[in-house]
Design a protein around this ligand. Structure first.
Ligand SMILES: Cc1cc2nc3c(=O)[nH]c(=O)nc-3n(C[C@H](O)[C@H](O)[C@H](O)COP(=O)(O)OP(=O)(O)OC[C@H]3O[C@@H](n4cnc5c(N)ncnc54)[C@H](O)[C@@H]3O)c2cc1C
Length: 387
């Protein structure tokens, strides 16, 4: 068992940390509140190769794995810049295309993922399906060689910033007549694709949208993979990277909040000569949150290591546990940090309460804590499914 990063991973961590700190949380909040995007940070991270660390070298990437991408996500978040698009574009979309796309699709899309110039967002959630993807109502029909997509998606992050959206739809199996999932790479400016922004209570430069697909016409090669059989494995291949990188961002955010609070409580004095951090009522909750964050970090390390070793099933269990633990730890850390800062905790200046909405959402999305507990109950504990 080895808990050390390799020298290259250590260097990556230090370099991403330095980049994140140069921008910092005030940059992130300023972009969010002015309706802007973190374009400068994204582009610089892309140029430096951090967004393409997990893309194979033959397509211009860093040739690393999910461990490296998790490092990037964690360190940017630990600098106060949790970039949600890192989860949807390099983690989900690049993995799906790398693992299940045709060679033509790999050549077309992976170099753009490698340098961050390409952003592809991900659309699975629907108003009438939610956690139950078996109920997806977005349908893809053949029309000659083309495909026609119709349906509705909700909470889709970053569509306004992306060139493409990877849409999960259903197609009719010619043999059985049953609907099965298929993934399509849809240009965000395609005719028939419209969107409206959702008002969310999250301070983030990345926004969520409702998407409407009204007979969106796509060429045959918009389908990910050689045939419709690629659909289900392609969909599943995005899940582990999604869970592990979102967990890494949660841990980074937790670290950020605890660091802000610890700096404050170590120097703030309101009772004579002692800092408020000397009081265990202040220090213990912070210490408890730090323990929870570190536990989540260990689980991410395990999940990413299993994934990079090609042990997908075990990575699935560890990735779900990492996502659960990190979601809870991040929410605890931010809430505890706000409390430890007192009134300052609620100000924009101290940059902690600005994360309350994001960490709360991290217990719901991209997979809710309840659905993870269902997964663990069924697949680890052998319990019957209730739904
Ligand atoms: C900030 C944010 C960004 C998002 N970005 C994207 C994106 O980019 N792309 C995308 O496709 N989606 C995105 N989502 C959607 C997200 O994945 C869903 O919100 C999530 O999967 C839950 O689905 P739902 O909201 O429909 O909740 P529902 O499925 O309606 O569930 C509501 C509640 O019931 C619980 N519940 C449901 N079924 C069960 C059950 N069987 N057992 C126990 N409890 C259950 C859930 O855990 C939840 O607490 C985003 C959401 C948020 C908040």
């Amino acid at each position: 068992m080895n808990f050390d990063l390799t020298p290259e991973q250590d260097q990556l961590r230090d370099a991403v940390r330095a980049l994140g700190r140069r921008y910092g949380h005030s940059y992130f909040v300023e972009k969010a509140k002015s309706g802007g995007h973190t374009t400068e940070l994204w582009e610089e991270a892309g140029r430096l190769g951090y967004l393409g660390v997990n893309v194979p070298t033959e397509y211009g990437g860093g040739g690393g794995g999910l461990t490296e991408l998790a490092i990037v996500g964690e360190e940017l978040a630990a600098a106060g810049c949790p970039l949600l698009l890192l989860v949807v574009s390099p983690a989900i979309a690049a993995t799906v295309i790398h693992r299940h796309g045709t060679e033509e699709q790999r050549k077309r899309f992976l170099p753009g993922f490698a340098d961050g110039s390409l952003k592809v967002v991900f659309a699975i959630t629907e108003p009438d399906a939610g956690s139950n993807f078996h109920r997806l109502g977005t349908v893809a029909r053949r029309d000659g060689d083309d495909w026609l997509l119709s349906g509705r998606k909700c909470y889709i992050s970053g569509v306004d910033e992306a060139q493409y959206v990877l849409v999960v739809a259903r197609t009719e199996d010619a043999a059985t007549g049953k609907l099965k999932p298929a993934l399509f790479v849809v240009p965000t400016d395609a005719a028939g694709l419209t969107r409206s922004a959702l008002d969310m209570e999250i301070v983030s430069p990345e926004n969520q949208f409702l998407l409407y697909l009204d007979d969106v016409r796509l060429p045959a090669d918009a389908l990910v993979g050689e045939s419709l059989d690629a659909g289900l494995p392609a969909l599943f291949s995005g899940l582990n990277p999604e869970r592990i990188t979102v967990a890494a961002m949660g841990v980074g955010t937790g670290r950020y909040a605890i660091e802000r609070a610890s700096e404050y409580t170590a120097t703030r004095k309101v009772w004579g000569g002692r800092s408020i951090g000397a009081h265990q009522g202040v220090a213990h909750p912070l210490a408890h949150a730090a323990v929870q964050v570190e536990l989540a970090r260990l689980m991410i390390h395990k999940a990413a290591t299993l994934y990079d070793a090609g042990r997908d099933l075990e990575a699935g269990v560890a990735g779900n546990m990492a996502k659960y633990t990190a979601g809870e730890a991040a929410a605890l850390a931010v809430d505890t940090a706000v409390q430890a800062l007192g009134g300052a905790g609620m100000t924009t200046e101290y940059g902690v309460a600005t994360l309350l909405g994001a960490v709360r959402a991290g217990r719901i999305a991209p997979v809710s804590r309840e659905m993870i507990l269902n997964f663990v109950a069924q697949h680890v504990l052998g319990q019957e499914k209730s739904y």
